[in-house]
Design a protein around this ligand. Structure first.
Ligand code: AR6
Length: 184
């Protein structure tokens, strides 16, 4: 079970940082850090497909494509969630190709899709911080700022937003950015 480590509330929306495995989250929607072809892969994408079972890949094949910074929705197969929201983060290419903008968009579009489906609770991973190579400290800042902006722009639209972080170094980076972004 994921452990809740940091929590802040903005209006009616609780934002939490946890360490854990996102496939174990009991929430309405889980976000997947996918690739544009939506055919599965390693990292969190592989873990979500394994836990959800083959229906997820079938639905992804029917959708066929997702551009970086956008998000698409499927059912959640055998996961405890109702929906999987597949988003595609940027591949880090040195920081001059709009990577920060695309990462922020991946978070905001995912949250928007969740609200569109009537989800109240959502869990997200640290998009782009694995195979896509986004520097972790910068990713933490951009990701949390994007979430904060979404909540301020859509007050009360979601009850709970959990960032579920797998590794110690990722958790530490997000913890630092969390304080800078929300507590100050
Ligand atoms: N729960 C939560 N977080 C996880 C889990 C898990 N079970 N497993 C890994 N992570 P990555 P990306 C963390 O590589 O960088 C895939 O092959 C991991 O520690 O999964 O967006 C796709 O198909 C890291 O912090 O996604 C794409 O081709 C974070 O999830 C590509 O990788 C993201 O790492 C996407 O790369």
């Amino acid at each position: 079970m994921a452990q809740e480590m940091e929590v802040v509330t903005i209006g009616n929306t609780k934002i939490a940082l946890k360490r854990g495995d996102i496939t174990q989250e009991e929430v309405d929607a889980i976000v997947n850090a996918a690739n544009p072809r939506l055919l599965g892969g390693g990292g969190v994408d592989g873990a979500i497909h394994r836990a959800a079972g083959p229906s997820l890949l079938q639905e992804c094949r029917q959708i066929g494509y997702c551009a970086p910074g956008e998000a698409v929705v499927t059912g959640a197969g055998e996961l405890k969630a109702r929906y999987v929201i597949h988003t595609v983060g940027p591949v880090w290419r040195g920081g001059t190709r709009g990577e920060e903008r695309v990462l922020a968009s991946a978070y905001k579009e995912s949250l928007k899709r969740a609200v569109g489906k009537g989800a109240a609770t959502i869990a997200l991973p640290a998009i782009s911080t694995g195979a896509y190579g986004f520097p972790v400290d910068l990713a933490a800042k951009v990701s949390l700022c994007a979430i904060k902006e979404f909540v301020e722009e859509n007050p009360g639209a979601l009850e709970q937003i959990s960032l579920v972080l797998f590794g110690e170094n990722i958790y530490k980076a997000f913890g630092k950015a969390f304080e800078a972004c929300f507590i100050r």
